[in-house]
Design a protein around this ligand. Sequence first.
Ligand code: SF4
Length: 440
Amino acid sequence: MKVARSASKMNDSIRLEPILIRPGARFICGGDGLCCTDIHGLGPITKTELRAIRRIDRSGAGYDEDFDDLMLRTEADGGCHFLMADRRCRVHAEFGPEAKPLGCRQFPFFVTATPEGARIGTYHRCPCRSLGTRPALTVEAALPSIADPRGKPLVNFSVEAIRLEKKKTIPFAEWRHLEIPLLEELNRGRIPEIFREIDPFPPLRRGGSYIRFAKDLIASRDGTRFGAAMAWVGDAILNLLGERPARTPHRPWADAFDRAELRGRATKPERVLTDFIADELWSLRWAEKYSFLRFRADLATRLAIIADMEARLRAEGARRDRAAAEAISIMEAIAESEHWTELVPLMRLGAASSASSSEPARKPAEKTVQTKQTKASKPTKQTKASKPTKKQRASAPSKEAASGRRTRAAAERNALETSLDEDLMDDLSEGLEIEITALV
Ligand code: SF4
């Protein structure tokens, strides 16, 4: 999650009012507790937040070598140091919500500023968001989590115009005409044709290999919930690409979904899925970085992986809506990590896609896009965008001197990062023509 920033640093065309909720979005925190565990990193936190947390409990937070940042501490069971047996937050219970670090207060919300107002989006790697009886989300309910002390939304993403593909950027008002029927169809429980017609697993540039990617995910498991999610996604990819039948790894998050399942009647799994897609589209997080075309290829690939995991969860006896919600959470944990965000720019758009049949026969790639997992590559409740990541710092001379192995890894990553921007632009130039007429 990108750090929230104040409105003063934004472009003039961006507006923070009105605050907008996607029609159909539903949420209430049911206290399932998953978001306070190692399904993602609990931090980073600021120095001020560190001091405040340590005044409450000196063991509650500190420098984390793996993340190379200030983080809340987790216990042996993977839960936050402050997560109590009844799954309430001790900081919140004893000192009020404002005593929690910003990332904790915000989750699962985030804000995308647009020329038409501030959109409140929600992450779905939390069963409170996707299962059980939930009231319609309102601005009033979300505001305490997403606003600064003056009541202004803190912005995580901002989008002025929408790039459909290279050399095809449209004003935001025009995008709204394209977006509205898509959101309406999703709200009716149907996946629009424009998302169904694109093949998953488009070929990767630079020798990238989904199979190598999947094997690296599986090999990088570390005993955390995030590590289990890596195994699930890796297995799904291998299964989809015909590499081997999928297994069903451990589900250390299952207790949170057990609780969520008891909070209401079953819903149609299609609704769980279309609600997720609608939020992905509505959030416009992708538009800060990618074209709509790349978003579609990325989403198609994630949906294929979700469907594979959902089928396995159902085979294990999971209720149908729960299987969909659980598969979405697993996929989102990986999709928000550097593992996935470094993969998406390598997707070659417009080329013959659906590597599902061709990939296993391809020559093993010389170079993998995947790096070994570090905790820093996990998604976090909060990420301070202005602060260099561990990866960026690893390339600094002082750090390089500390470890030859780390230096080589950093140099390789930097070379890859430099080439990514060029690749992205090349990809976009080969992009498929979007059939706008199908949208309006
Ligand atoms: S401090 Fe944050 S992560 Fe820890 S229990 Fe409280 S809300 Fe959860």
